[in-house]
Design a protein around this ligand. Structure first.
Ligand SMILES: Nc1ncnc2c1ncn2[C@@H]1O[C@H](COP(=O)(O)OP(=O)(O)O)[C@@H](O)[C@H]1O
Ligand SMILES: [Mg+2]
Length: 273
C-alpha cells in the first residue's frame, strides 16, 4: 500500500501480548492479571461494565499509565510504554473518545496537527495530496479536505480522527467507543472503515458498549469484569452469553467455550501460530 512505509507484520502474526498486567491506583486495583493478545489483521473488542478497567487498559497501552506489574511484548520483544510518545513511536495509536479535533480548522489541517515533524507537514500541496490519498484508500466519505471540521457529521469526524492516527503508520490502533454518538448509517460507515483498517493489516482494539456493533466487526471479543479477564468469545456468541460474562453470571463456561472453538479451528487450519 502506497502510504505504508514501515514493514507491516504478516496477517495473523502476534503484534502485542500482555501478560499478567496489574494496575493499582493506591488501594484500588483497576487491573489484575490481565492477559491480552492482538494479532495483525484482527479486530479485538474490549467489553465490560462501567469500572471494568477498559479505559485503564487502553491508557496503559497508550503509555498514559504505567502498569504496577506484568509484561508487555510488542512484535516479540519486551516493551516499556513509559510515555504516550513512546507508545506512538512503537506503533500503538489511540483515538480517544473526545477525538481532539479542532472545529475551526479544515480536514487537512486536522490530519497533520501535531505531525509537524513529518516530511510533508510544511508543504500545503503535499499535505493535501497525502490527505486525499489516505482518505481514498480508506474509501472515506469526506466531501472536501478543505472543509472545516465543524461542518462534518459525527461519522465523518470519527473518520478524520482515525485517518489522522494512521498517518504515523501504526501497527495497532485503539478506538474508544467510536460509534457511541452516531446514528445507524454513520455507525455502519465507521464499522466499514474499521474493517478497511484491519484489511491494511493493522491490529485494532475497539471499546464498545454496543454488542451489535461488536459482533458485526470483531474477530474476538474480550470481556473484562472488575479489572480481570472474564472470557474470550467469537462474534457468534449470543447476547445472553456476552451479558452473562460482563455481569458475572457465568465464570468459567465462557472460557471453556472459547477453548473448544480454538481447538476446533486448529484442527481445521492445521495450526494457529
Ligand atoms: N486515575 C485513577 N485513579 C483512581 N482510580 C481510578 C483511576 N482511573 C480508574 N480508576 C478506577 O479503576 C477502575 C476501572 O476504571 P476504568 O478503567 O475507567 O473502567 P471502564 O473504562 O471499564 O469503565 C474503577 O474502579 C475506577 O474507579
Ligand atoms: Mg471507560
Amino acid at each position: 500500500m502506497t502510504t505504508t512505509t514501515k514493514a507491516m507484520p504478516a496477517k495473523g502474526e502476534t503484534i502485542l501480548r500482555l501478560s499478567q498486567i496489574c494496575k493499582n491506583f493506591g488501594a484500588v486495583s483497576a487491573l489484575t492479571d490481565i492477559d491480552l493478545e492482538v494479532k495483525a489483521g484482527e479486530v479485538v473488542a474490549l467489553v465490560g461494565d462501567n469500572g471494568a478497567g477498559k479505559s485503564t487498559l487502553i491508557k496503559v497501552l497508550a503509555g498514559v499509565h504505567q502498569p504496577s506489574s506484568g509484561t508487555i511484548d510488542f512484535m516479540g520483544r519486551p516493551a516499556s510504554l513509559d510515555s504516550p510518545g513512546k507508545a506512538l513511536e512503537l506503533g500503538i495509536a489511540t483515538v480517544f473518545q473526545d477525538l481532539a479535533l479542532c472545529e475551526n480548522l479544515d480536514v487537512v489541517a486536522n490530519l497533520f496537527l501535531g505531525h509537524e515533524m513529518s516530511p510533508w507537514a510544511l508543504d500545503e500541496v503535499a499535505m493535501e495530496v497525502r490527505a486525499w490519498t489516505l482518505l481514498r484508500e480508506l474509501a472515506a466519505r469526506i466531501p472536501s479536505v478543505r472543509q472545516p471540521i465543524a461542518s462534518l457529521s459525527g461519522g465523518q469526524r470519527q473518520t478524520v480522527a482515525i485517518a489522522r492516527s494512521l498517518l504515523l503508520d501504526p501497527k495497532i490502533i485503539m478506538l474508544d467507543e467510536p460509534t457511541a454518538a452516531l446514528g445507524v448509517a454513520q455507525t455502519a460507515e465507521v464499522l466499514n472503515l474499521i474493517e478497511r483498517v484491519r484489511d491494511r493489516g493493522l491490529g485494532v482494539i475497539i471499546i464498545s458498549h454496543n454488542m451489535e456493533d461488536v459482533r458485526a466487526v470483531a474477530d474476538r471479543i474480550v470481556v473484562l469484569r472488575l479489572g480481570r479477564n472474564n472470557g474470550v468469545f467469537t462474534p457468534d456468541a449470543s447476547n445472553q452469553e456476552l451479558v452473562a460474562a460482563i455481569t458475572g453470571a457465568t465464570e468459567n463456561s465462557v472460557s471453556r467455550r472459547m477453548e473448544r472453538k480454538s481447538v476446533h479451528a486448529q484442527e481445521q487450519t492445521g495450526s494457529l501460530t
